[in-house]
Write a protein that binds this ligand. Structure first.
Ligand SMILES: O=C[C@H](O)[C@@H](O)CC(=O)C(=O)O
Ligand SMILES: [Zn+2]
Length: 276
């Protein structure tokens, strides 16, 4: 899989647009019949996408991980952003509709992803982090995820955060994962911006029109840059970086975090006066 090394905020100040995109943008995760993954040295997070067509797609990359199987030292969160699909975890079947989440814990040897209908395939997005003990494999349909309302119309950031894997939801070693959906005509995510040097984060933007773009803002608050992103592209957010976006049209995003603590609310708010 593609390897992304960690970067330093002092060096980041000198990056060109191309370098920024090469380091942080994950631009093609979803290809019919394929499973794609990117390994980041930030907290050794693996970000991936799978679109099964005829056959099941097995979660594995022995050449990169050098373990006997993918989840030997890892856990994973899988969210379906396409049509109906199913996941077999050591033979046990879990059906995932659009926006449903499956957590699979350490030690499960075989994870295979399937679409229910080949002409309308499932699109599985997943994030995997290192784990030290097994937590139970668990499915959480979106209907059962707790909606948290945030933002306001006047700030154009009225949105609902669904938390799936976190301290009061599906339990994990360090992975936190959820999805943020907007009220119509609201376009700003995670503004006011925040930092959490304790944790890295990765965002997947999806449910976007072909011509829609999200301007994803990153960098230290005093040194911001942006990446122009299309539908179903993901972006790595280093611990020292803000992670905020504004869309030219409607979009949804999945966030995942990993690192020192397991506290969603541990965020250092950035003052508007400090943004540059
Ligand atoms: O640290 C937390 C993450 O940045 C996201 O959860 C933020 C988010 O989903 C939002 O503001 O809409
Ligand atoms: Zn954050």
């Amino acid at each position: 899989m593609d390897i992304r090394h960690a970067t330093n905020p002092t060096d980041f100040k000198h990056y060109t647009t191309e370098r920024i995109r090469n380091e942080y943008l994950i631009d093609s995760l979803f290809e019919p019949g394929e499973i794609h993954m990117v390994y980041s040295h930030y907290d050794r997070v693996v970000t991936g996408g799978a679109v099964p067509i005829n056959d099941g797609l097995t979660l594995e990359d022995k050449n990169t991980l050098k373990t006997n199987y993918f989840l030997e030292r890892r856990e994973i969160g899988i969210i379906n952003i396409g049509s109906k699909g199913k996941v077999l975890v050591d033979g046990q079947e879990y059906k995932l509709n659009k926006r449903d989440c499956l957590y699979v814990g350490l030690g499960k040897e075989e994870v295979v992803l399937y679409s229910e209908d080949q002409s309308n395939p499932a699109r599985f997005y997943f994030v995997s982090t290192l784990a030290h003990k097994e937590y139970p494999t668990k499915i959480l349909p979106i209907e059962e995820a707790e909606p948290n309302h945030l933002g306001s119309e006047s700030e154009s950031n009225k949105r609902i955060i669904y938390k799936y894997i976190h301290e009061n939801g599906i339990q994990s070693c360090q992975l936190m994962m959820g999805m943020t959906m907007f009220e119509p005509n609201n376009i700003w995510n995670t503004m006011p911006a925040h930092l959490h040097d304790r944790r890295m984060e990765v965002y997947l933007y999806f449910d976007m029109d072909e011509d829609a773009r999200v301007f994803h803002f990153m960098g230290e608050p005093q040194e911001t840059r942006h990446i122009v992103m299309k539908n179903e592209q993901a972006v790595l957010s280093p611990p020292w970086s803000i992670h905020s976006g504004a869309g030219t049209n409607s979009y949804t995003f999945i966030w995942a975090m990993s690192g020192e603590n397991y506290t969603f609310t541990d965020m250092d708010g950035v003052k508007m006066d400090d943004l540059r």
